[in-house]
Design a protein around this ligand. Structure first.
Ligand SMILES: NC(=O)c1ccc[n+]([C@@H]2O[C@H](COP(=O)([O-])OP(=O)(O)OC[C@H]3O[C@@H](n4cnc5c(N)ncnc54)[C@H](O)[C@@H]3O)[C@@H](O)[C@H]2O)c1
Ligand SMILES: N[C@H](CO)Cc1c[nH]c[nH+]1
Ligand SMILES: [Zn+2]
Length: 420
């Protein structure tokens, strides 16, 4: 393996500072409620709103600004997201009356969470596609109270009109113009204007992701969905311009977003670096300089595809693109990714918007233990059991022996009350 370009690493001090900043925001919201929300909206987003909930009139006004084409696009993307969420829901089944021993009947029911908050990022760009990605599966799951929130466009006090339409179209019951770590704290603990929810889902920058991590327990969360990441495995048949575009697409999301290329040939790695350089130059000329490539771009030449698989599994990226002549030779060996994009035709950005899989995905190696948001994110699998008198009498001695073995006399007695 040869490292051609190395990404900067976040230090323990960076992480400590982030934890402290966010903990302070959460404490302030818990102590001062809406006053703290207003203070942070003014400081970070340049606005103060008296009413945090968005009114029906504001939503109608957003519809009046959206073009026919934009509305059609939202509907088409939503159709694919909903169809896939329904197919996934249908693949889940309940278990009823499973009998591991005579007279014992076990089962599980699939129950939606009662309420959720869907966080739609809005700091740098109005990510209205995220509204579709979160609210649509929550609806399919059957969540009764779906709240959506997003920071208002800087200095305006209004959520971007496309985000508002997407939230409404997807089926949000309540919408609030609040963002950042303070919004997560508000929906976790409640304020004067905000009734808390049971679960908060959605992506966000490092402050939002850290706030979800710190509020977990008070509320459920999907997982850590922070600044975007893409890892691309490519061989000589891949087009360097396409690879550069795919890496830079994710790097435009955030100063902390990451793009990682694993190339099987050094000449390919060099051509991609050149192509990235050209593209960055032209973006700079066009006055667009939000790319994180310089800090967080990484390029490595691997000695074999087996090594590429090992590195990808260890890195556990949010998005994994396999741009190989024969991608199927490694697909079965890839284990840690939020979403996989197979072959050069399958651009990661298609999944960002419209193919139908969800774009809210685990980052910072969380794909080692979870996939992305899906209809199941909003569903609880809750077990139940019932027993006949005979089965109860039969299992009681086993349970009381085990309970006494643990030193739990009360448990043993509760079991023995069923002896007959
Ligand atoms: N992992 C995923 O599934 C996924 C999907 C989509 C987007 N994303 C990520 O979402 C993020 C969107 O970030 P964004 O910033 O545009 O929007 P955002 O809504 O996540 O964050 C904006 C908020 O951050 C807060 N903030 C800004 N500076 C702050 C500071 N110095 N201290 C405390 N709080 C501060 C403000 O309250 C602001 O409202 C990007 O990182 C993008 O990569 C991830
Ligand atoms: N790439 C993001 C997930 O990391 C999702 C997104 C929204 N809009 C554009 N892209
Ligand atoms: Zn994206």
């Amino acid at each position: 393996m040869k490292i051609i370009k190395k990404a900067k690493e976040r230090t323990a001090e960076d992480n400590r500072r982030l934890r402290g900043t966010v903990a302070e925001i959460i404490d302030n919201v818990c102590e001062n409620g809406d006053a703290a929300l207003k203070e942070y909206s003014a400081r970070f987003d340049g606005y103060v709103r008296e009413e945090l909930r968005v009114s029906r009139r504001e939503i109608e006004e957003a519809y009046s600004r959206i073009s026919e084409q934009e509305l059609q696009d939202l509907k088409e993307a939503r159709k694919n997201i909903e169809a896939f969420a329904r197919a996934q829901r249908e693949s889940m089944s309940e278990v009823k009356d499973f009998s591991p021993a005579p007279g014992i009947f076990l089962g599980h029911r699939i129950i939606p969470v009662s309420s959720c908050c869907c966080y739609v990022p809005g700091g740098s760009y109005p990510l209205y596609s995220t509204a579709l990605m979160l609210i649509t599966p929550a609806r399919v799951a059957g969540v009764r109270r779906i709240v959506a929130c997003s920071p208002a466009v800087h200095g305006t006090g209004s959520i971007h009109y496309k985000t508002l339409v997407a939230m409404d179209l997807a089926g949000a019951d309540e919408i609030y113009a609040v963002g950042g770590a303070q919004a997560i704290a508000a929906f976790a603990y409640g304020t004067e204007q905000i009734r808390p929810v049971d679960m908060i889902v959605g992506p966000g920058n490092k402050f939002v992701a850290e706030a979800k991590r710190q509020c977990y327990g008070q509320i459920g969360i999907d997982f850590i969905a922070g600044p975007s990441e893409v890892l691309v495995i490519a061989d000589g048949q891949a087009d360097p311009e396409v690879l550069a575009a795919d890496l830079l697409a994710q790097c435009e999301h955030d100063p902390n977003a990451k793009g990682f290329l694993l190339a099987t040939e050094e000449s390919l790695a060099n051509r991609v670096i050149e192509a990235v350089g050209r593209e960055l130059e032209s973006l700079k000329t066009a006055g667009i300089a939000r790319q994180s490539w310089e800090d967080y771009g990484e390029v490595v030449v691997v000695d074999s595809l087996k090594e590429a698989v090992d590195v990808a599994n260890e890195y556990a990226p949010e998005h994994l693109e396999v741009n190989l002549e024969n991608p199927d030779q490694i697909i079965g060996k890839l284990e840690n990714y939020g979403s996989l994009f197979v072959g050069g035709n399958t651009a990661e950005v298609f999944g960002d918007y419209a193919s139908g899989t969800n774009h809210t995905l685990p980052t910072v190696r969380a794909s080692r233990y979870t996939g992305g948001v899906w209809v199941g994110t909003f569903l609880k699998v809750c077990t139940d059991q019932r027993m006949t008198a005979e089965a109860s009498g039969k299992i009681a001695p086993l349970v009381s022996r085990m309970a006494r073995g643990e030193g739990l006399e009360g448990h043993a007695v509760a079991a023995e009350k069923r002896l007959r």
